[in-house]
Design a binder for this molecule. Structure first.
Ligand SMILES: NC(=O)c1ccc[n+]([C@@H]2O[C@H](COP(=O)([O-])OP(=O)(O)OC[C@H]3O[C@@H](n4cnc5c(N)ncnc54)[C@H](OP(=O)(O)O)[C@@H]3O)[C@@H](O)[C@H]2O)c1
Length: 256
């Protein structure tokens, strides 16, 4: 007779759910551009201001993640704490700093998108926080292991690329302006969406440094979410700007 369902099994099924969501998201976004930013359009129900939207939908990645992390048996151990700090550095900036850098604040985001993002962030917070502080095993010497060091290197490279690329974009506008122009410098020499390239690197680094299926599911979801949008943005630049640099790829330098 089968025994009671364990939390480890539930956790595993939720990871499978995230892989399924990644596949579904990828296919959907090849057909329809998510309606925010330059692809904003009516017909997606009620909307809220962009800054409020970012604050609301990214908050679970900080707050729910922290609460779930703190409920774990290993929350006070050195290696889980370092992983926790790395995650929080990214998400505290994304949630509480990035929205205040945006120069065009009249833009709005559909509540439907905000709701989906909240649900995803709660699921992702559970899967990853619960793994690092409770279900997974990270002894103190994990911090000198090859996966941790290599993964951290990939994460940091991605974080620098992502931050630089996002800052370059917001500086293209003065406060209140809403027009688009061609970004230059840094990784923009190679791709149209280095912010997405950096983001994908970051979560690939996280998957490597946690050496976990939980981290892998998030890295795969991030790529499934951002690759189709990057291709759409690249085409949009090429159509909008006749002088758009010909050698620039969409998101992966020299490849895509
Ligand atoms: N982990 C994930 O799955 C995930 C998902 C989504 C986003 N993110 C991250 O969140 C951050 C923001 O993402 P996003 O999709 O909002 O990025 P985005 O479309 O590149 O826009 C970022 C900001 O820059 C402005 N902007 C973009 N291109 C511009 C141009 N050519 N000229 C002037 N302004 C320009 C946008 O204005 P408009 O709003 O007016 O277009 C927006 O305020 C990125 O770092 C991304 O990696 C992560």
């Amino acid at each position: 007779m089968a025994g009671p369902v364990t939390e480890l099994q539930v956790h595993f099924w939720l990871i499978l759910l995230m892989f399924a969501l990644a596949a579904q998201t990828f296919v959907l976004l090849l057909l329809v551009n998510a309606p925010y930013g330059r692809f904003n359009r009516t017909g997606w129900g009620p909307t809220i201001p962009v800054r409020t939207a970012w604050l609301i939908f990214e908050s679970p990645a900080v707050i729910v993640f922290a609460l779930i992390y703190l409920s774990g048996d290993n929350a006070g151990d050195a290696s889980p704490l370092v992983l926790f700090a790395i995650w929080q550095i990214h998400y505290v900036l994304r949630t509480f700093v990035f929205p205040f850098r945006l120069r065009e604040r009249r833009k709005r985001i559909p509540v439907a998108i905000v709701t989906m993002a909240i649900l995803f962030n709660v699921l992702n917070a559970y899967i990853n926080a619960r793994w690092i502080s409770h279900l997974g095993t990270y002894p103190d010497d994990w911090l000198s292991s090859t996966p941790f060091i290599v993964g951290l290197g990939i994460f940091v490279a991605g974080w620098i690329i992502n931050q630089h690329a996002d800052l370059t974009l917001v500086r293209l506008r003065k406060p209140g302006e809403s027009h688009y122009s061609i970004p230059h410098g840094g990784m923009y020499r190679h791709v149209s969406c280095p912010n997405y390239f950096g983001e994908m690197l970051e979560w690939t680094g996280w998957a490597v440094m946690t050496w976990s299926l939980a981290g892998t599911a998030f890295a795969v979801f991030t790529a499934a979410n951002l690759l189709p949008r990057a291709v759409a943005i690249h085409r949009w630049y090429q159509e909008k700007f006749p002088d758009y640099p010909k050698s620039r790829k969409a998101v992966i330098p020299f490849v895509l």
